[in-house]
Design a protein around this ligand. Structure first.
Ligand code: SF4
Ligand code: SF4
Length: 462
């Protein structure tokens, strides 16, 4: 079930559900014994030990602002809605906003800056990034840095990140060291133009450890990592397990910012069988709430980012974080079993970040993966039962269901992904691969989807 649908149904149902002590008392009520955790008004905050500022544990990820179609057919940010969401977030204590020059094809910084400019500067912190993926020359990198101040309309950037590092040290040196940008940025930090300097990481364990060694030279103020209850022990596509990264960063005394707490939305829209288990444990909590509680339950986490497109998402998250009830040990154990179940589903680990876009041949890469993952999770894809402990009758019944689902898959594919953007338009040029922080073999996965569609079509015609 989609998160929005769940929220609509559950808000009506909540009133009728009797309070059950097992569910309320089971959540961890303790106030953190670490001095940096506090509750300001309603929302849980963490103390930034460098500045003494209270940072809301829920941060606004600005890569998924609502969009509307403009005259030319290109989508543009719906500024009115962005303003409303920002107002509501700030009114409820959210004060950390995370954007980047490349988000929403270059529209996010300006939209975020315009919305925030309507509030006093002391009410919010802004994080943005040096996203010099395509052109890492000094000139282009400097321009990107200076543009960020202009786009955001600020004199000081509170949190500045080297964007998506972790491919290789060669890549890191090329983008930030050889062109003198890191030397420049550390001087900017000394001058106070940047308050905190850090990086967002996507890569394997070896690269994580190697990069962390640079702390002695660059003195990172924070590091942003992909962390959620699946990636904790089951990071995919050669990514480093979050447990390892979190432990290392905590040991090094570097605060953690969390990205992808919902694993690109996959932990909000889980398979029905998984959702049933979550509901049994707590009928009032959305799947997303479980994921956010996991992310916020670690003391060294400064902020958990969430890209909230709809008001329902913001309101559900505000409820989760106001204040956050940390998971107890039995709940962590429960989620680790759920993580194993989710990990075993054959989905593509796409987070919908859009870094691979645009494809020069028009393929909607995340759109194809989103549709495929949704169908896998809803059981529309032909995953054959393994036959264990099943009678012939049960098996035949399931196979009948799978056949019916093939048709559903094709119909929804035609509806969700435009003809000219489908997987069969991929010519395997390989241009997108280097941009994917999840290290997905994009053309191979698209080929699999294309073959699946072909097979489904043929099996229906037969
Ligand atoms: S490999 Fe396929 S999806 Fe990737 S850029 Fe080339 S055509 Fe587009
Ligand atoms: S394929 Fe990779 S780069 Fe493209 S949207 Fe998915 S995660 Fe992002």
């Amino acid at each position: 079930m989609k998160r929005r649908d769940f929220l609509k149904i559950s808000s009506a149902a909540i009133a009728s559900i009797a309070m059950d002590g097992r569910f309320t008392a089971a959540a961890d009520e303790r106030a953190s014994d670490r001095s940096k955790t506090s509750v300001k008004g309603a929302i849980t905050c963490r103390k930034d030990l460098k500045t003494g500022d209270d940072i809301s544990l829920l941060g606004y990820g600005c890569m998924r602002w609502p969009m509307i179609a403009s005259d030319g057919g290109q989508k543009r940010v719906d500024q009115q809605k962005v303003n409303e969401l920002t107002d509501q977030a700030i009114a409820n204590g959210v004060n950390y906003f995370d954007t980047a020059p490349v988000y929403l094809r270059g529209q996010s910084e300006k939209a975020t800056g315009a919305a925030l400019a309507r509030h006093p500067r002391e009410k919010w912190k802004i994080a943005t990034k040096l996203s010099n993926f395509q052109d890492w020359s000094r000139e282009a990198s400097m321009k990107m840095y200076e543009d960020s101040f202009r786009n955001l309309g600020v004199d000081v950037i509170d949190y500045y990140l080297l964007h998506a590092v972790g491919d290789s040290m060669e890549d890191f040196n090329k983008r930030y060291v050889d062109n003198g940008m890191l030397d420049f940025l550390t001087r900017e930090r000394e001058k106070g133009k940047i308050v905190h300097l850090g990086y967002s990481f996507h890569g394997d364990r070896k690269m994580f450890d190697t990069l962390l060694e640079t702390h002695s030279k660059w003195h990172w103020d924070f590091i942003q990592i992909q962390m959620n209850y699946v990636d904790w022990d089951y990071a995919e596509s050669g990514n480093c397990n979050a447990r390892h990264m979190y432990d290392k960063l905590t040991g090094a005394g570097i605060p953690v910012i969390i990205m992808e707490p919902l694993l690109g939305g996959r932990l909000a829209n889980v398979a029905d069988s998984v959702e049933e288990k979550l509901r049994l444990r707590d009928p009032r909590a959305s799947a997303a709430r479980w994921a956010f509680r996991f992310a916020g339950s670690w003391d060294n986490v400064l902020c958990v980012l969430s890209g909230m497109t709809f008001r329902e998402h913001l309101e559900d998250n505000l409820e989760t974080f106001s204040p956050l009830k940390a998971l107890d040990e039995s709940e962590k154990e429960f989620l680790s079993r759920i993580a194993k179940l989710i990990h075993d589903y054959p989905t593509v680990p796409c987070t919908g970040c859009d870094y691979c876009m645009p494809c020069p041949y028009g393929v909607d890469i995340p759109g194809n993966f989103r549709h495929y993952n949704k169908c896998v999770q809803e059981g529309f894809v032909d995953i054959k039962p393994d036959g264990k402990n099943e009678s012939a009758d049960q098996y035949n019944q399931e196979m009948k269901e799978f056949r019916k689902n093939r048709r559903k898959y094709l119909i929804s594919y035609q509806r969700d992904v435009m003809r000219e953007s489908r997987a069969n338009k991929c010519i395997n040029c390989g241009q997108c691969i280097q941009h994917c922080p999840q290290d997905i073999k994009i053309p191979q996965e698209l080929r699999k989807i294309d073959l699946l569609v072909e097979n489904l079509r043929r099996s229906i015609e037969d």
